[in-house]
Design a protein around this ligand. Structure first.
Ligand code: VGL
Ligand code: ZN
Length: 206
């Protein structure tokens, strides 16, 4: 049984949003077309309280891109984004949602960020995603969405650690690229962890 994991295709990560990902909107079409090739479709949603510790605005004197120690974990600071129940946190208009069997929200705890859809960055709390997929007989997870160098990457690494076969559909993902080379390095890291890197055309016959 194979699942498609759609990561954080939300307004704030698209052009015009609070933390826009270059060419982020280009993932919507492949994410839509991929869904029917899978037994199960699940999504993650970045879902922060307004006082979240990953927001630069909550640390006087700090700017987005700065790195701080957040309760013992290194944290990149971001613009305020994906605040619960705001338009920025909503899924992109145009994203097919009728096949979403479940949505896993993450980044809810103000004291710790959660790039992975499976665990917070301290690996202390599970979102329930791994157990959910395991209980439904899923052995392989394919990932599409945002962002290649953060939430896609950390979700893929956790999927590998949990023992799932893991595939990244590279053209259905886009990265932030805070520093030159970040996106390529993320792809290499996922590959080194045992993830397969494929393209949409390898998954669906058009
Ligand atoms: C993400 C930065 C902050 C992501 C979420 O979805 O990759 N990146 N929050
Ligand atoms: Zn976030």
């Amino acid at each position: 049984m194979q699942a498609l994991l759609i990561v954080d295709i939300q307004n704030d990560f698209l052009p015009g949003g609070a933390l826009p990902v270059p060419r982020g909107a280009e993932v919507i079409d492949p994410a839509n077309r991929l869904q029917d090739a899978f037994d199960l479709v699940v999504a993650t949603q970045d879902w922060h309280p307004r006082d979240h510790g990953s927001f630069a605005a909550n640390h006087p004197g700090k700017q987005p891109g700065d790195i701080i120690d957040l309760y013992g974990i290194s944290q990149v600071l971001w613009p305020i984004h994906c605040v619960q129940n705001t338009r920025g946190a909503a899924f992109a208009p145009g994203l097919r949602m009728e096949r979403f069997a479940a949505v896993f929200r993450k980044g809810v705890d103000p004291t710790v960020d959660s790039y992975s859809g499976f665990f917070d960055n301290g690996h202390r709390r599970s979102t329930g995603l791994g157990e959910y997929l395991r209980n439904r007989g899923i052995e392989e997870i394919s990932i599409a969405g945002l962002t290649t160098d953060y939430c896609v990457k950390f979700s893929a690494l956790d999927a590998r650690t949990l023992g799932f076969r893991t595939t990244i559909i590279e053209d259905a993902c886009r990265g932030i690229g805070l520093h030159p080379g970040d996106i390529e390095a993320a792809v290499n890291e996922m590959r080194a962890a045992g993830a397969s890197i494929v393209r949409t055309g390898d998954v669906i016959c058009k």
